[in-house]
Ligand binder design. Sequence first.
Ligand SMILES: *[C@@H]1O[C@H](CO)[C@@H](O)[C@H](O)[C@H]1NC(C)=O
Ligand SMILES: *[C@@H]1O[C@H](CO)[C@@H](O)[C@H](O)[C@H]1NC(C)=O
Ligand SMILES: *[C@@H]1O[C@H](CO)[C@@H](O)[C@H](O)[C@H]1NC(C)=O
Length: 256
Amino acid sequence: MSDECHLCLLGLIFLSLLLKGSSGVDETHVFISSGENVRLPCNNALPDCTSTVWFYNSYSAAVELIYLGIKKKDTESHERLSLGSDCSLNIRNISKEDYGYYSCRQYVNGDQKQGTDARVYLHVLHVSSSSSSSSQTEISAGRSVTLFCQLYSYAEVSCDDLMRSERIELFWVNQTGVKLTRSDSRYQILSSSDHCIITLNTTLLNEDHNREWRCEVTHRDQVKSSVTYTVKSSESVRCAIIILIVVIIYSCHNLS
Ligand SMILES: *[C@@H]1O[C@H](CO)[C@@H](O)[C@H](O)[C@H]1NC(C)=O
Ligand SMILES: *[C@@H]1O[C@H](CO)[C@@H](O)[C@H](O)[C@H]1NC(C)=O
Ligand SMILES: *[C@@H]1O[C@H](CO)[C@@H](O)[C@H](O)[C@H]1NC(C)=O
């Protein structure tokens, strides 16, 4: 009986070693909104980053960003990159094109790979609106407005499958953090099944001045990143101009 148990235990240990060996990659998911700065960790870092290589992969590119601790000068993003003292990769001013996966590899004794590659999936949250506006996160009063909130992700399968398997969710919330739903007649919330995108469509009201709507992305029920839109009514500016004109006309009348 106890011998069988030992055999069982040995089998289990062997199996777990096999499974660990076959997966071979260490994966992290990082979520960020466009325009922000991000730090991608290198989990298998050595004390010395002169053996660090960072690769970038997306649907359209597979490039080396850092080679043996030195930044490559021929990549599109090189001006926004830097290597942290812990061998992490820092990227400034993230754009939606930066999504994809980044791998950190360490070499020892020249060409020997140290441990497994640390793979970081970078998901970029980006919001745009149907109304043109001076600031990216302001909308001026108009009849109706549509806000598109999209998560740019690299997915081996469809974006929809990725969201389901990783338990990633996108939604719109109001100022108090309450999820906007289809049941609220003010809002039309549409989520397309395959593009990791959720749109908010609403008709702006007079009292919407300074109202905020926020798009949030959650990973395993934790909020990872968000983008806030504020409604800026141009009414107040127009009012001020009209009052000014009236005052000028009135003073001109008095003068004559
Ligand atoms: C960030 O990148 C955008 C383009 O993606 C650019 O328009 C903007 O000026 C950049 N901001 C800074 C602070 O470099
Ligand atoms: C947010 O939504 C909830 C539910 O619809 C509502 O009770 C609350 O007043 C809203 N808050 C704001 C600031 O709009
Ligand atoms: C948003 O709603 C308005 C009014 O209900 C409608 O005319 C418009 O087509 C909608 N836009 C989108 C992108 O659904």
